[in-house]
Design a protein. Structure first.
Lengths: 441, 431
């Protein structure tokens, strides 16, 4: 059986326009509800941070909404909240994001405010100090959750000197050193119209949306300096196993594999389907392995053996090398069995091709969930804006689904053999459960 | 009490009671290819006797282990093979199970959901194995300081009512349970009169009703059950304080709670209870939603005393619970608690301004609009209200919010949020 929902999900057509200053506008007309959601992407993110400036993007995102030349922090908050809208900022490894949502009638006002924040933030020193303190506390608080501790260790092992090694908050040292001038410089460098994508979805007509954005941001000039370029450390694969001893109730067992970037065109040469990117194949494998109640890890390790409540896998979508991760939490006395179980289920992907039924289930699952992930206006705006920001273009929406549909058992096996053979292992749990095990592995 | 007759938007869904007593709610949403079914069962943790604590939630796990006709995991496989997602959750007053899928696969997947819900086999060997999974779930919650703190808070607030018990149960209570007891619990509670099936998607009422009638048809005969009547929770008459220290904690927690109205109160009408409950929702927004809210602005932004602070009101059948939680440095615990109490006194003595009231109303009304975009959200909302009130009161939400006046807020703060009668849980890092 092949799934047919995805054919009909794009009920609303998507329009793309580029303003004269380079801003890319994506509009999905969706009159169903009296809502407009927008996602403003800036091609920045923590991958642009120098090591000594780790956490800069996050700190900037926290202070960006706290002052402009004409408004104070309280005035900004009151303007948003008095109309019951939402306006938030977020920084990720690969992009910076401003998210807006309001009822249609208030959208122009909220967009105007977002434009002012993007173009003329003042980063008041007092607000910077407040957010710095809160960030330092947040860095320490990450240590409270065993999963976060294990994942943090895994990231460091896999990425070394690359900015992806850090959580995005930075380190206590780097955050304590950041200056207002660093924020201003980062803002000058990256916040420029030819670096901006505005994706919106909701009860608005395309022409109306473009006119509105033109009116609000059309006079934002491209600076004379060329767009910034980036030199990043190379990521070498040197799988190791490390453990952190903590007196927790559960051990966390986590396996990680370095895998291709979403923009990496490396293709596993297969005569039948020469155009399928390894990214799509790994997404499919990940779905089979760790997504949902019928996934391999869930069935084999939870349902049949009762080893875990949470057992799952994810494969990150990144501009640089990505992580393919499988993990579970288990009773300390089961740590070794859990590690062996996760490892052998992943090894089995290389040793034995998926059955036709397994492959079809994985395809239906990933395509079905992909469609279900584009239901709300915010989800729609996010999806297309993200593809544009990563440089994949909105056509990736269609291409990705076509690539998934074309994958064969042989191709999935070949890609598993290429990437999923030698894991990094991160363990967190009581010393007696993890230390010996890490040495032996 | 300003509860006057309220003009409400027409209820866009239909409400039907089938001959066997099952409630069906349906709404057609033409603009989407997605459909959701959410089945709500009055079989939450409050229906357990004390010594069976955790059984309602454990049963929710066991439902997925199949029937005499359907092996464990088969239901998940059928839904996910068609690109759908399914899951379930258990609370004190209910358990619910949902499927979201392309509308054309509803006919093929819903029969499986009905089969596992009606005819759960609860096989002995699966029971033993799944108990280990629930024990892992409990261990995971013990590693989460916020879960631990909230459980202590619940126990402090509800000293008699089962709302004070952990939904997951404990190692001890789980160890004592047997498959036979669980089968009896299931046969007693998973009966049509206790269940609501909500169908939202692009299918007609006729199609939805006929599908539900076909699939939720032959219920097993009900088991006898001594209806366990939870004891009403007496009011909190002083400050009940629980303090604990946890290892690996990087900052302290202050959690404060007050008993609120429940929808089942014998003293008030449903209308009055909802009016009060929504007023408490509004108070939680006024105190701690958004940077301009009173406590966030004062404690986080101006005085830098907390890392974060939030507030919420949780509606329940019996008494609900109003909470304020803060993450902060241990040294600031007493000061922050005192300031919060002071601000609550202010709310009782001084009416809020129109501008502040309007801000809160807009936020709540828009939150409502933002959370009714998808079939899954709508199905969840209708099902939730079918447990707590009547599903047709859902659409009156914005009208009821707009009807709230400054004097209502003052009265509610006086009546419910006393700075002298509350429960507090304080968690400090272990030295």
């Amino acid at each position: 059986m092949n799934l047919s929902m995805t054919d009909s999900t794009l009920i609303q057509p998507l329009h793309r326009a580029t303003l004269s200053n380079g801003i890319v506008v994506l509009v999905t007309e969706n009159p169903t509800a009296d809502i407009i959601a927008a996602r403003i992407f800036i091609r920045a993110g923590s991958r642009w941070e120098k090591p000594e400036q780790a956490g800069l993007t996050h700190l900037l995102s926290a202070v960006l909404t706290k002052g402009t030349e004409t408004r104070s922090s309280l005035e900004i908050a009151e303007q948003v909240e008095s109309v019951g809208a939402s306006l938030s900022t977020d920084s990720t490894t690969d992009y910076f994001l401003v998210s807006l949502k309001s009822v249609s009638a208030d959208f122009e006002e909220i967009l105007g405010l977002a434009a002012e924040l993007l173009r003329s933030p003042t980063f008041p020193q007092q607000e910077l100090e407040l957010e710095r303190r809160l960030t330092l506390q947040a860095i320490r608080s990450q240590q409270e959750q065993p999963f976060t501790v294990a994942f943090d260790q895994l990231r460091h092992m896999m990425y070394g000197e690359h900015p992806y090694a850090l959580s995005g908050l930075g380190t206590e040292y780097s955050v304590s050193q950041l200056m207002r001038e660093d924020l201003l410089e980062y803002h000058r460098t990256h916040f420029r119209p030819d670096n901006v994508i505005i994706s919106l979805s909701g009860r608005i007509r395309t022409e109306e949306a473009i006119t509105l954005i033109e009116k609000t941001l059309g006079d934002w000039h491209v600076p004379n300096e060329p767009s910034p370029t980036l030199q990043l450390p190379t990521i070498h694969s040197t799988p190791v196993c490390k453990a952190i001893a903590q007196e927790t109730q559960q051990s966390i067992v986590m396996l990680g594999y370095l895998t291709p970037s979403v923009v990496d065109n490396s293709i596993t040469a297969m005569d039948d389907f020469p155009t399928t990117q390894d990214y799509a194949v790994l997404k499919l494998i990940n779905t089979h392995l760790g997504n949902g109640l019928s996934s391999r890890l869930f069935v084999e390790l939870r349902e049949k053996r009762g080893l875990a409540y949470e057992v799952s896998a994810f494969y990150t979508t990144r501009l640089d090398k990505a992580q393919f991760v499988a993990y579970m939490g288990t009773a300390p006395e089961n740590t070794a069995i859990a590690l062996e179980g996760l490892h052998s289920e992943i090894d089995r992907l290389s040793a034995t091709p998926l059955t036709n039924n397994e492959l079809q289930t994985a395809k239906n699952k990933i395509l079905g969930q992909y469609a279900l992930g584009k239901q709300t206006n915010a989800q729609i705006a996010q999806t297309y804006g993200w593809y544009e920001a990563l440089g994949l273009g909105i056509g990736f929406d269609r291409d990705f689904q076509a690539q998934i549909a074309s994958i064969t058992p042989d191709l999935a096996q070949a890609v598993a053999q290429k990437y999923l053979t030698n894991p990094y292992v991160s363990l967190v749990g009581p010393a007696s459960a993890v230390q010996e095990l890490a040495r032996e592995f | 009490m300003s509860s006057t007759l309220i003009e409400t938007a027409a209820f866009p869904a239909s409400l039907t009671t089938l001959r066997n007593g099952l409630t069906v709610i349906h709404q057609q949403t033409p603009a989407t290819p997605v459909a959701s079914v959410d089945v709500w069962v009055k079989a939450g943790a409050v229906f357990e006797p004390d010594e069976w604590a955790g059984m309602a939630h454990f049963l929710e796990h066991m439902i997925f282990k199949g029937t005499n006709n359907l092996p464990p995991g088969a239901f998940d496989q059928e839904v996910e093979f068609r690109g759908g997602v399914t899951n379930a959750a258990t609370s004190y007053d209910y358990a619910h199970y949902f499927i979201t899928t392309a509308v054309q696969y509803l006919d093929e997947t819903l029969p499986y959901l009905a089969e596992i819900l009606l005819n759960a086999a609860i096989p002995d060997d699966e029971f033993e194995r799944e108990r280990d999974v629930v024990l892992e779930e409990i261990r995971q919650s013990y590693d989460n300081p916020d879960c631990v703190a909230f459980q202590i808070l619940s126990e402090t607030v509800y000293q008699r009512h089962p709302y004070g018990r952990p939904i997951l149960g404990t190692e001890e209570t789980l160890a004592m349970q047997t498959p036979a007891q669980m089968r009896a619990f299931h046969r007693a509670h998973y009966q049509p009169a206790n269940m609501t099936v909500v169908v939202v998607g692009n299918l007609s009422r006729e199609a939805a009703l006929s599908l539900v009638e076909r699939t939720f048809d032959s219920f097993p005969s009900p088991a006898d059950w001594q209806r366990f009547q939870p004891e009403a929770e007496p009011p909190i008459t002083h400050i009940r304080r629980q303090e604990l220290c946890l290892p690996r904690l990087e900052q302290a927690r202050l959690m404060m709670a007050w008993l609120g109205p429940g929808v089942d109160s014998p003293l008030c009408s449903l209308d009055e209870q909802l009016h009060n409950a929504y007023g408490l929702d509004l108070l939680s927004v006024l105190l701690a939603e958004g940077r301009a809210s009173r406590l966030v602005w004062e404690l986080r932004e101006e005085r830098n005393l907390v890392q974060a602070i939030n507030s919420g009101f949780s509606l329940q059948r019996d008494s609900g619970i109003f909470t304020i939680s803060a993450w902060l440095e241990p040294d600031d615990l007493e000061r922050v608690e005192a300031i919060i109490c002071d601000r609550l006194s202010e709310l009782a003595s001084t009416p809020v301004t129109q501008a502040e009231l309007d801000r809160c109303k807009r936020l709540l009304c828009n939150d409502y609009a933002f959370s009714t975009e998808t079939p899954g959200q709508l199905a969840g909302l209708y099902g939730y209200y079918s447990i707590f009130a009547r599903p047709d009161v859902v659409t009156a939400y914005p009208q009821r919010i707009r009807a709230i006046q400054a004097e209502d807020i003052q009265r509610l703060a006086t009546q419910y949020l006393s700075p002298y009668h509350y429960a507090a849980t304080i968690v400090r890092p272990l030295e």
